[in-house]
Design a protein. Structure first.
Length: 278
């Protein structure tokens, strides 16, 4: 009886240990985080930021920042790097869709490139959030506006390539519907290393990004699904656009369904300012 008890006890312990090992081998799915407040670069903001990083399993931060103090930026990048978190320079204006604003756009990207050349702690890349569909001209000539936007994004991509910076483009889920698949394909193929789809419509999260995923797969570009966390009422958001009011299980169910449909998809959360309030 004693030997049998010892043997069963050992088997119980072994099964438990293997189960734990299996959990350790399958880390929690990670995500990127948008942060639009340049003040997050200051060390006084880091304690709150660190809480969100840990709670949300963040592996990359898309941070809007000013490049007038390289030492301050480097301290921030080093803070994130020590936590195995990559830093991307987040930037973008609606006006960057138009020809006369190509040079200001390039100047902003060049500031990030110059930082990377001069400093030890490197940025992983640039995230461009340029929204041509918010311009007045888009209402009457969306394809014409998109054509110039595409030229500007191609220019941005060439500059990033020249400086060894990854370029990720934020796009809405409806470009294929408003300007057509061919123009969207040109954008994905010729103007970025990957797309971040602002998938802010919970009715059909899988179906409404199918075209974007298929084009990105064809062009060998990455796809990130962005979730909104700003509360309903801000920026004309409704409850159908955001996860602000939902608990973690609802978000996780969505992530699992998207991962099953598109195994290589990545995730991002918009944005730090909103997640601090949860």
């Amino acid at each position: 009886m004693d030997r049998k008890w010892v043997r069963n006890g050992f088997l119980f312990f072994l099964c438990g240990w293997l189960a734990l090992a299996g959990c350790a081998a399958s880390p929690k799915e990670q995500a990127a985080l948008f942060s639009w407040n340049p003040g997050e670069v200051d060390p006084s903001a880091w304690p709150e930021l660190e809480v969100v990083l840990e709670e949300r399993g963040i592996s990359a931060v898309y941070q809007q920042m000013e490049f007038n103090d390289f030492a301050a930026v480097e301290r921030f990048v080093a803070f994130l790097s020590a936590r195995d978190v990559q830093t991307y320079a987040l930037m973008g204006e609606v006006d960057w869709s138009f020809a006369e604003y190509e040079q200001p756009m390039r100047a902003s990207i060049q500031a990030a490139a110059t930082y990377n050349k001069d400093q030890k702690e490197k940025l992983a890349g640039v995230v461009l959030d340029v929204e041509p569909y918010l311009s007045t001209a888009w209402k009457t000539d969306p394809r014409g506006v998109f054509a110039q936007y595409l030229k500007n994004m191609e220019s941005a991509y060439r500059l990033c390539e020249e400086n060894g910076l990854e370029l990720l483009l934020c796009i809405p889920y409806h470009f294929d519907q408003t300007v057509g698949t061919a123009l969207l394909d040109s954008l994905i193929q010729n103007a970025c290393d990957g797309i971040i789809v602002m998938n802010y419509n919970r009715r059909d999260e899988i179906g409404q990004i199918q075209t974007e995923v298929e084009l990105a797969r064809k062009d060998r570009k990455s796809v990130t699904n962005a979730y909104e966390f700003l509360p309903a009422g801000e920026h004309d958001l409704t409850k159908n656009n955001t996860y602000a009011q939902e608990d973690a299980s609802v978000l996780e169910a969505s992530r699992q369904k998207l991962k099953e449909a598109y195994p290589t998809i990545r995730f991002a959360y918009h944005c730090l300012e909103a997640l601090k309030e949860r």
